[in-house]
Ligand binder design. Sequence first.
Ligand code: N01
Length: 544
Amino acid sequence: MSEAQGSGELTVVDAIVIGSGFAGLYSIHKLRNEMGLKVQAFDNAGDVGGTWYWNQYPGARSDTEVNAYCYSFDKELFHSWKWTERYPEKHEIWAYLRHVADKYDLRRSIMFNTQVESAEWDEDNQRWLVRANAVTYAAQFLVEAVGLLSATKVPHFPGQDSFRGEIYHTARWPQHELDLSSKRVGVIGTGSSGIQVISEIAQEVHHLTVFQRTPQWVVPSKHRPIAPGLLERIEEDYEGYWREVLYSTTAFGFKESDVSAESVSPEEREATFEKVYEDGGGFQYMFAAFNDVATSRVANKAATDVIAKKIRETVKDPQLAELLTPKDLYAKRPLCCDDYYETYNRDNVDLIDVKSDPIAEITETGVRTESGRIVELDVLILATGFDAVSGNQLKIHHEGRNGVTLRARWHDRPRTYLGLISNGFPNLFMIYGPMGPFTNQPPLHEAQVNWVAGAIEYVRNNDLGSIEPTLESENAWIAECDEIANQTLFAEVNSWINGSNIPGKPITNMFYMAGSGPYMDRMQHEVDTEYRENFVFGRSSVPA
Ligand code: N01
């Protein structure tokens, strides 16, 4: 439907969805196919997939076991899609998301290659005016599924533009395969992206130089086919399984430990960590070996002692092993990857510690460090991460009620209630927004989209114009989130989790760390109380 507005035309829909990754696709399906709303979606990518569209770097794969890294909303989809690996690689996940788009006919609602520029709240008409491609769209509801880790962090070293080779960020990797076989390649960054790309390309490239600033604790994931019968067993009690996932702490789909490392002997701790490490525990190393690795220094130290031992046993050069061993707590998002430490035994791989010898400049032909060391390169890979959690939201110019911008409102820190919606920004729902749960994402995306759908239905059924959290409820939520986070060791370590990786960004807690189950209860409480405790409503835009 079109409507005249001043000198221009408005395209009017019921809901706008931004993003078409896991969360965006399900939002479109839920709102359009199940609720019958008129939906317009946008994505700045050329196709669906979100993270899995952009992160096509070699070695990219999920580090979450696939039985919890997929949709649950349609049992037939779960049954008919044949995953092959326990931790599926990028092509398989991207193909899955494209299949979902086809199966539920979602593409026709999505405008690709389109960056939403702005979203302005129109109080009189209780709706959002969204600008994209120089066209204005109006919608009562705005659902932003823009990704927790989407806005890239691209450092600008002196001289970077003069480099005559190729430069790629892992999260803006070209869609076509690159032939790196005869190339001298440098990788800056050793987070989850860096370790995957390093382990994968080391076998292929002529020479690889890793520029490491901070080593991280890496646990193998031991890739292998899905355990025979696992998905079939899940189907036998499908609802029960997904309920268990959502009401666990991390929503990773494995059994979390209820034993604290502090309660057992040092020998038992070590043996347990050894076993999970050797099994390719991945995330289980932090959450399934014991229940206090993220909260107890004793448990955390026992966990890192075993990884440090593995590094020493694996890396032949003791000096290199020492450089690869972190000095801080195991309290960043866990890193899981096969053959990472083994990679440094290869003759064609070098590690440069850019903490003690920082990168001084990028030259026309490579990298020069402050000590004068020169590394000649054909390709430079930036595995330098993201302006995470709030970064992508803030790329869009939002103006809420009374012209207050989201950037101004979030100046000191991102502020939401339940990680879903911010005071002063009615009907703007964020899927996995700041101050939301710290969990595996896809199951929580679905749960949040279901909650958003319920809130939208409530507003529409009661002839209301809008819903938003009160300032008091938002403040209380943030205080609660901070109190819980401060009981964890995550609060003591710098990483993208607290925004410290971005110069000038406020360093602050951005998550609800009490777990998925308690979070589900909190969302349900709002439904049970008909949103009357913590929300206020705007008047209907439809005259009675
Ligand atoms: O980013 P990161 P990431 N000079 O921020 C270094 C998800 N993910 O893309 O630690 C030199 O963790 C930086 O060094 P330092 C997952 O949630 C999932 O790897 O700041 N180095 C660090 O080593 C993950 O946690 C998957 O000292 C610089 C690295 O770059 C999140 O994304 C795969 C630098 C950035 O690490 C982020 O991971 C990939 C500079 N100027 C990602 N700037 C899977 O599911 C930055 N660095 C498998």
